[in-house]
Ligand binder design. Structure first.
Ligand SMILES: [Zn+2]
Ligand SMILES: [Zn+2]
Length: 354
């Protein structure tokens, strides 16, 4: 009897070792598929280290790592310099920095997210142009890339096909995914997700064609010139506030939706998914933290059940709706929300935000 048990344990152990080897081989195959073609020879050693020693699932994108790290380093150096030399940032710099930050934020939340990606409302041409300019101020990817990645994120949340799969940890979901090549499943699903509306949108096509111009002009050059010539900031101050603080903070607010709002909070609408309701994220990301609701009803223009509570984006869309530039706003009916929440949600959570 004892001998049989030992043999069974041994065979289980061999099976689990085989499974681990199999998983490792699959990971290594995925990694190899994603290796950039025609790399410099010196990269071979680095790639071996990435794959075999550290065990990364996909190759690192060293240029992005360098750029993102440099941005943070410059930010830290500027803060230290201002602190050491007792340099005070004038109130007016905070005010217009915040205003530009909100414009950029609205371009992301009300523009590329709720309008272009989810089509949760319709917009007349003047509003589309405003959304385009605001989005360009955020300094992010093309609208096409943003929408494709986000549609894949919704469809394959928390799987290997999710570009910022929160199961791979906080850092990966927040910013790490931008520092690595995409998982083969993300690339595969990204190729088949329906993007016909975006491909046929003339304004988006125009933006994609002149993407670099839009990004440089609206994210950097124009805000810098306005800060200097209109608000009288010194060149040093305006470059610091407009290219470092504002851009970096707005990026982190966007990233926090993929990380914090997939990890910490409650789930009143669907407890089987990872996205959560997180009011702190909502505060900073203009209403995008009501993420359990948003993943349950992604077509809802408020991306939240209740009014405009910590939801600056909905508030602004409502203003545009009043003047007729935003219309056909989609909203889940209270009875539908109640029915879904009663069936799938965590009933211990009170949905009482007004
Ligand atoms: Zn999400
Ligand atoms: Zn979404």
């Amino acid at each position: 009897m004892g001998l049989t048990t030992t043999k069974e344990n041994e065979s289980k152990c061999i099976d689990s070792n085989n499974n681990l080897d199999h998983e490792k081989r699959i990971k290594q195959q995925n990694y190899d598929v994603m290796l950039p073609k025609n790399e410099y020879r010196f990269m071979k050693t680095i790639r071996r280290w990435e794959r075999d020693v550290v065990g990364f699932e996909t190759p690192l994108r060293w240029i992005n790592i360098f750029l993102i790290s440099t941005y943070h380093l410059v930010y830290a150096l500027c803060v230290t310099y201002c602190f050491m030399h007792r340099i005070h940032i004038p109130l007016i710099s905070y005010v217009h920095g915040l205003f530009f930050g909100w414009m950029a934020g609205f371009g992301v939340t009300g523009g590329v997210h709720r309008y272009w990606c989810h089509r949760s409302y319709k917009a007349k041409l003047p509003l589309q142009i405003i959304l385009l300019v605001c989005y360009s101020m955020a300094g992010q990817n093309t609208i096409y890339e943003w929408v494709r990645d986000h549609r894949v994120h919704h469809k394959y949340s928390e799987t290997s096909a999710d570009p910022h799969n929160a199961n791979r940890g906080f850092f990966f979901a927040h910013v790490g995914w931008l520092m690595m090549k995409k998982h083969p499943d993300v690339v595969r699903k990204g190729k088949v997700v329906d993007m016909s509306d975006i491909e046929n949108d003339p304004l988006v096509r125009f933006h994609t064609k002149y993407f670099l111009f839009f990004k440089l002009a609206f994210c950097y050059i124009i805000p810098i010139l306005i800060s200097h010539y209109v608000f009288g900031d010194s060149w040093l101050m305006t470059i610091y506030t407009e290219t470092v603080i504002r851009v970096l903070m707005s990026l982190h607010y966007t990233w926090s939706v993929n990380s914090f709002a997939h990890m910490w909070g409650n789930k009143p609408y669907d407890k089987s998914i990872m996205p959560v309701e997180n009011w702190v994220v909502s505060l900073f990301a203009l209403g995008e933290g009501w993420h359990n609701y948003h993943h349950t009803f992604p077509w809802d223009y408020k991306a939240a059940e209740f009014g405009n509570h910590m939801n600056a984006t909905s508030y602004i869309i409502d203003i545009f709706a009043k003047i007729g530039w935003a219309y056909d706003l989609k909203k889940a009916s209270p009875s539908l929300v109640h029915a879904v929440a009663s069936r799938k949600g965590d009933l211990s959570i009170k949905r009482n935000v007004k």
